[in-house]
Every structure is written in structure tokens, then in C-alpha cells.
Ligand binder design. Structure first.
Ligand SMILES: Cc1ncc(COP(=O)(O)O)c(C=O)c1O
Length: 383
């Protein structure tokens, strides 16, 4: 079983995070985006030292953390100036503050369903209106931005674009050509692009991620990117993320207002992750790729009519189960009810998600195999 996705279920069942407490013990949890790994050794040691020393006070080293994040993020296509990095406590905060501090109240904000379900609520929470422009071919081999649709929305008055890049749940990377054109559209319509790049560190072998901000000078003029070590290293509960402000002269997204609430343990862990754990991350990405190979075999055996596109990045896969009408519009509900497997409900990602379910495959081969075996049984029973 490939390291680091080799943790026995008995250990995982001791956890009290969302993935492991949301359902009873007989349910296999393959829903919320946590991973079934033990901490990378450098992170574990850093946190263990902090616990031993009673180092549990307020976070203070904003500049040091910004430097770590800038150096790490510079691998994604452009030299990130340290001054442009604004630590925040999570990606949700980074996205909402980026919208709230750069756009007029009441603005329309384009988003690209099927997409990470909190996007609509996040846009509403900052007093703005979500404007859905679905991905083209979101259920096919080549999901991509509907640039003509986005241009129409901007021409109709929308002022923001919220990207998920790499895209959750399809796992697609938006191409450099799409991002360059999006930046030009945004510049022409005086709009702002907020790019949620939380999945950036998790690319499959042979895939290179490039930030929206790397697309062009224009992209940096109109954009902000938000990322974190939290998905790649399973640190979500420690509360640490960062905004890269593409245009600090224009956008009032500042450390003085936003960096105070970062978790001290989150910052210690992020530094250990982004400086001392990159070999561990390579093992993680290799283990995820190996799970995708396994999933191909499991799908062929247990759900042969299902369709899916291998994600370029991340650890979620978007399963098209419409050829199993017995599973209904919300196959995750059927799998939970009939097979005690918890996936994410497709329709929660937008109306495009009817007949789909999202599976989190960052688990052991054993759990993945058992989950697909159960799902195949449910599909056969309801056929
Ligand atoms: C696209 C995307 N953004 C944000 C988040 C959540 O990030 P955070 O917990 O840092 O707010 C997730 C979690 O899965 C995600 O998939």
C-alpha cells in the first residue's frame, strides 16, 4: 500500500475531525476533503516541539510566514514578491476578504459550476450576487471556462470572477490561454479575478500547475490568488492560508487587517510543510496517482457504465453516474443509504451535478476497494 496513504482504519477511527465523526462507524467516509495520512515527519516534529515547550500563544511571525509562502509559491510560474503575500487563517477567509475589499458592495461575481459548494454562499456572505457561468463540457473530457459567457456576464455588469483553479470537483487545470484571455476580459471590464488555488501543490505526475497570476502582467493587475498547505498536508484544522495580492497598489488586501487571526500552530506547520516536507509531498502525489490507477480498475469492475475524467490535480474525482438511473439524481444519497459509503452529493455543486457524486480518493487501497465494492453492489441492486 503506497505511503503515505497506508494508515490503518483503526488509527483513523480515533480521529475527531469532520471526516471521522460525521457518520457512524459502519460508514466509509470518502466525502470531505481531508486525507488519511499521518503528518509529514518535519511537521509532526515541529508541532511536537511546540507542545513540549508550551509554545501555544499568539501567532506573531507574519513576515517570516509570508517569506516562506512567497518562496514556495514562486514555483508556480512567477516570482512572488514577499510583500505581496498576506497570511490569513483559511482560504474561505482569503476569498471572502479578497472579494469584499476589492469590489463595490452588491457586485455580481461570476463563478463556474459545477464547483465547490461554498462558493455561492461565500459570495452572498459578502453582500454580492453569484452569477453562474458553468464550465463548458463540465461532464466531458475537456472541461473549460466559458469565456464568451463570462464576457457577457461582465458586459451585463458583473465585476468579479471567482475561479477554482485547479477546479474542484472536476480536477481540471485551466490552461494558460484561457487564463490570459480571462485576464484581458477582466481588464477590459474593470473586473477583479479571485483565484482559489488551494489544490495547487497536488498535481499528478507530468502535470504542471501555473497560477492565474502567472498568466500575464495583466493577470497580476486584476487578480489575487489564495492558497494554503492545508489540503496537501492535511492541516485544515490548524488555520493557516495566504493571499497573493497581484496588485498591492490597487487592492486593499493587507496584513494589518487580515493576518492577526492566523493559527500559531498553522503557521509552524505551514513552514515545516513548505520548506521541509516537499519530498513527502512528492510521495503523496505518487500515492494519489497510484490510487487513480486503482480506481480505474475498480470502476471497470464495479461501475462499468460510470464515466469520469482522471483529475489533473487534487484528490477528488467527479463520477458521472447518469447511466445508472436507479441511483437517481443524487447517487451519493443512494450509496450512503444502501451501501454505507459517504461521498459528496453531486447536486450540491450546482444543477450540473445531478446524477454525479464526488469521491475523495485520498485513502488506503483497502478503503477505496471496499467503498467501490459496496457502491457496485448498490448500483446493481437498483438497476
Ligand atoms: C476549492 C476549495 N477552496 C477552499 C476550501 C476550504 O479551504 P479552507 O478550509 O482553508 O477555508 C476547499 C476545501 O476543500 C476547497 O476545495
Amino acid at each position: 500500500m503506497p505511503f503515505p496513504l497506508d494508515v490503518p482504519e483503526s488509527v483513523l477511527r480515533r480521529r475527531r475531525s469532520q471526516k471521522w465523526v460525521a457518520y457512524p462507524e459502519d460508514v466509509l467516509p470518502l466525502f470531505v476533503a481531508e486525507t488519511d495520512v499521518l503528518l509529514a515527519p518535519a511537521i509532526r516534529e515541529r508541532l511536537a516541539d511546540a507542545v513540549a515547550d508550551g509554545d501555544t500563544g499568539y501567532f506573531a511571525e507574519i513576515e517570516r510566514l509570508a517569506g516562506v509562502c512567497a518562496r514556495y509559491y514562486s514555483r508556480f510560474g512567477f516570482e512572488v514578491p514577499e510583500e505581496s503575500v498576506v497570511p490569513v487563517n483559511d482560504v474561505g477567509v482569503g476569498v471572502r476578504e479578497s472579494l469584499a475589499r476589492t469590489l463595490p458592495a452588491g457586485s455580481g461575481v461570476v463563478y463556474t459550476p459545477p464547483v465547490y459548494m461554498p462558493f455561492g454562499p461565500w459570495i452572498r456572505r459578502v453582500g454580492m450576487s453569484p452569477v453562474a457561468v458553468p464550465l463548458i463540457d463540465h461532464d466531458g473530457e475537456d472541461p473549460r471556462l466559458d469565456l464568451a459567457g463570462i464576457e457577457r456576464a461582465l458586459a451585463d455588469g458583473a465585476r468579479g470572477v471567482l475561479l477554482s483553479h485547479p477546479h474542484n470537483p472536476t480536477g481540471v487545470l485551466h490552461s494558460a490561454a484561457e487564463l490570459t484571455e480571462l485576464a484581458d476580459l477582466a481588464a477590459r471590464h474593470d473586473a477583479v479575478v479571485v483565484s482559489d488555488e488551494i489544490w495547487a501543490p497536488l498535481t499528478m505526475p507530468g502535470v504542471r500547475f501555473s497560477s492565474f497570476l502567472a498568466a500575464s502582467n495583466t493577470a497580476r493587475g486584476v487578480g489575487l490568488a489564495i492558497s494554503s498547505a492545508s489540503k496537501a498536508f492535511n492541516l485544515a484544522g490548524l488555520k493557516c492560508a495566504f493571499v497573493v495580492n497581484g496588485n498591492p497598489e490597487r487592492f486593499e488586501v493587507r496584513r494589518s487587517a487580515l493576518s492577526g487571526a492566523v493559527g500559531h500552530f498553522g503557521a509552524l506547520a505551514a513552514e515545516a510543510a513548505l520548506t521541509g516536507s516537499l519530498d513527502w509531498l512528492a510521495s503523496m502525489n505518487a500515492a494519489l496517482a497510484s490510487n487513480l490507477d486503482l480506481m480505474e480498475r475498480l470502476m471497470a469492475e464495479h461501475l462499468p457504465r460510470a464515466r469520469w475524467r482522471r483529475p489533473d490535480a487534487g484528490f477528488v474525482a467527479w463520477l458521472d453516474l447518469r447511466s445508472y438511473p436507479g441511483l437517481g439524481d443524487d447517487p451519493a444519497a443512494a450509496f450512503l443509504d444502501g451501501g454505507k459509503v459517504a461521498l459528496s452529493n453531486g447536486p450540491a455543486f450546482g444543477s450540473q451535478g445531478k446524477g454525479f457524486a464526488r469521491v475523495n480518493f485520498a485513502c488506503s487501497e483497502e478503503l477505496l476497494t471496499e467503498a467501490f465494492t459496496r457502491m457496485g453492489r448498490v448500483a446493481a441492486e437498483r438497476d
